[in-house]
Design a protein around this ligand. Structure first.
Ligand code: KIV
Length: 265
């Protein structure tokens, strides 16, 4: 079968036919090549780059220049997956005008196809989509508000909060979002939201009923052994493989069994 480029329209079609959407984060060229070869439907250049790549404790330090730098590398690798860039903290919160300008810059400079912004901001979403830029929303636990939310906590636990989340999601859909990430919300709430939207929901720690799933690539590869959120399933133990490979290399260098004549001219 001929493989087709995934576009925002493809996300809507997948939801309609009940096909779950697979998304992962990537921050560099080589990883993005592998994800695209694995036929992942969407690649998010997440502001989790601040945590994963730079060792920060929050995503707040990510800058627009940094996001564009990583997105440019990812976009060079990707032929099929939909590419989405996380707009970093304070790149869209100050004013709608600044948000449109910064989202435009992200698309123009990196080649990414869509932006993701956090929180219930229908006015901002409407203005960005009006400029021809596809927007993915993000509700539930939104890491750029980590201090206001008193840490990474499950959101929308009460019935009232669940209804508020649904209203926020409906407002984002009406404003033009093509999909919405739901992070750390109870599975029944995510189900209620997913069933009441035409656009797909992409869950992370939001249960089985979302229209798609997203996880951080380093988490599913088992790269970061110090921390594993409850909603992550490691599909590989790459951390151990890298550690063992590096230890084997070190041992051979010390023992002078690497390099051999085969590795020289
Ligand atoms: O930056 C990120 O990795 C994200 C995911 C948690 C969806 O926004």
């Amino acid at each position: 079968m001929v493989r087709r480029k995934i576009r925002i329209q493809s996300y809507l079609k997948m939801k309609k036919r009940g096909e779950k959407i697979s998304m992962l984060t990537a921050y560099d060229y080589q990883t993005a090549l592998l994800l695209d070869a694995a036929e992942i439907d969407g690649i998010l250049i997440g502001d989790s780059v601040a945590n994963v790549v730079c060792g920060e404790s929050t995503t707040l330090t990510a800058t627009l220049d940094q996001m564009i730098y990583h997105a440019t590398a990812v976009c060079k690798a990707v032929k099929y997956a939909l590419t989405v860039i996380d707009m970093p903290f304070m790149s869209y919160q100050v004013s709608v005008e600044e948000a449109v300008r910064n989202c435009g810059r992200a698309l123009k400079e990196s080649g990414v196809e869509a932006v993701k912004i956090e929180g219930p901001r229908p006015e901002t979403v409407a203005a960005i989509t009006q400029a021809g830029i596809p927007v993915m929303g993000h509700l539930g636990f939104v890491a750029q508000s980590i201090h206001q939310l008193s840490g990474p906590k499950v959101q929308a636990k009460s019935e009232a909060a669940g209804e508020r989340l649904l209203q926020d999601a409906r407002d984002l859909e009406a404003a033009g979002c093509f999909a919405i990430v739901l992070e750390m919300v109870p599975a029944n709430v995510a189900r209620h939201v997913s069933e009441n939207l035409t656009i797909p929901t992409i869950g992370i720690g939001a249960g089985v009923h979302c229209d798609g799933q997203i996880l951080v690539i380093n988490d599913i590869l088992g790269m970061f052994e110090q921390f594993q959120p409850k909603f992550v399933k490691p599909y590989a133990d790459v951390g151990r493989i890298v550690r063992e490979a590096c230890a084997a290399y070190r041992a051979e260098v010390k023992a002078q069994s690497f390099p051999t004549d085969d590795h020289a001219w």
